[in-house]
Design a protein around this ligand. Sequence first.
Ligand code: ADP
Ligand code: ZN
Length: 520
Amino acid sequence: MIERARQILADVFGFESFRHPQEAVVETLINGRDALVVMPTGGGKSLCYQLPALVREGCGVVISPLIALMHDQVSALSQLGIRAGCLNSAMTLDELQQTEAALRNGQLDLLYVAPERLQQPRTRQLLSQCRVALFAIDEAHCVSQWGHDFRPEYMQLNELRELFPGVPRIALTATADARTRQEIIDRLALTDAAAFVCGFDRPNIRYRIGQKDRAREQLLRFIRDEHPQDVGVVYCLSRKRVEETAAWLCERGFNALPYHAGLDAKLRQHHQHRFLTEESIIMVATIAFGMGIDKPNVRFVAHLDLPRSIEAYYQETGRAGRDGLPANAWMVYGLQDVIFLRQMLEGSQAEAAQKQVERQKLEAMLGLCEITTCRRQALLSYFGENAHQPCGNCDTCLEPVPVWDGTEAARKALSAVYRSSQQYGVNYVIDILRGQSSDKTRQRGHEQLSVWGIGKDLDQQQWRSVFRQLVARGYLNVDPQGFGVLHLSDRCRPLLKGEETLELRRDLKVSSAAGKRTGG
Ligand code: ADP
Ligand code: ZN
């Protein structure tokens, strides 16, 4: 069977060889086993389900939330001679019926379906009458309640296992940290799936994160100096800021368009179309813009506001440089971003447990902002890749930041976590370090610990900065299930044994940053 797959790879797709780990994924599905694939954008996920759909008997059903792109996908496949169709709410009754008939007659190799359509009894009945080769669940991170792409319709996809026993399922996504991967497995009932998590690195993207100081002017300088004629995306948090920034860039002679969920659907589509077809264009957008957008020559992605998580940051910056040529991921952030995101988070209607997860994701994002070592290493380590060298292609690699020797502070912090049995969150551990007496510290007997009050030289804020950096650099892990409970990781050992020293980024005092005004 795998020979057959290789043949199709060459004859139909025109590719000489598989990319890692396509072959193993294809084999898994051909053998009827489920798979979870996490592969960066541009890595070649589609082939992982298209090929086995062609090898296996019946039609491969692809569940995708990106209705706007289905038509393009179908015509691209048709050009290769693959019989593909789609079912979604944007089609006329006539078109739907034609596709359904083709499916019933066994004339389709691949069928793209929107998740909400799969919920309809009509669709289920249709599929139960046909031979289904496999189910591919694209953008599988949409099942994650903690993520910003959450789609309730994805929750029901776990039913596929019982409705279609024996039909292999493959879930695919470009962005999923360990927690999201587990969530995908749990919610889609993929307990027996083979997992393929491969390299997250995008070496051609240069990551830069700076302190915010009149953000728009900073953005303008960045675009004028480095990307005067290029294609780019500027992300803002609010619709209002999107509109203002787009207008402001237009006034300064740039071809900039706004995009957010509040715009009329027609206008939004028009702007998306212009972005995809024009050269030298800047899309100023909220996170509503981007999923599935495939424009290879996006030269920069700029963030005027802090994303809520590293996953979001990675996903958004990942839209730059899909052609493999150098691209910039540029961001400015400030205390206000942090305050704003915290307020939004705390003020939301979400349950306590969800808020806690979001809080941790935000902390990790902040950690990435504040580190003094290679940003790429930190980014990759967040996704579980630890073996990388400093990249030489991020701001911290290219320009060293002000630091202080945090070795002693870090040792104290780690010891305090350890001595309190790795059962508490950061605030409590800081109380121990600073000797802040409370009913809890008394009841638990923590005032007798050797680490009690050994950290009075730093204030709460400075300790938070120390802890944030320790988490970001992987010295401390945060319990995904619990309430931010800290654990030592293996990486601590050399530091605790005195074999390693640690430099920490010196947080800029907000007052001086706010008071600074560049002339002009
Ligand atoms: P993803 O869905 O992971 O973002 P795609 O499936 O769209 O990525 O593939 C990205 C690009 O890589 C496409 O242009 C595709 O044709 C190409 N590609 C995929 N697999 C191979 C391969 N084995 N050999 C050469 N090119 C490939
Ligand atoms: Zn680097």
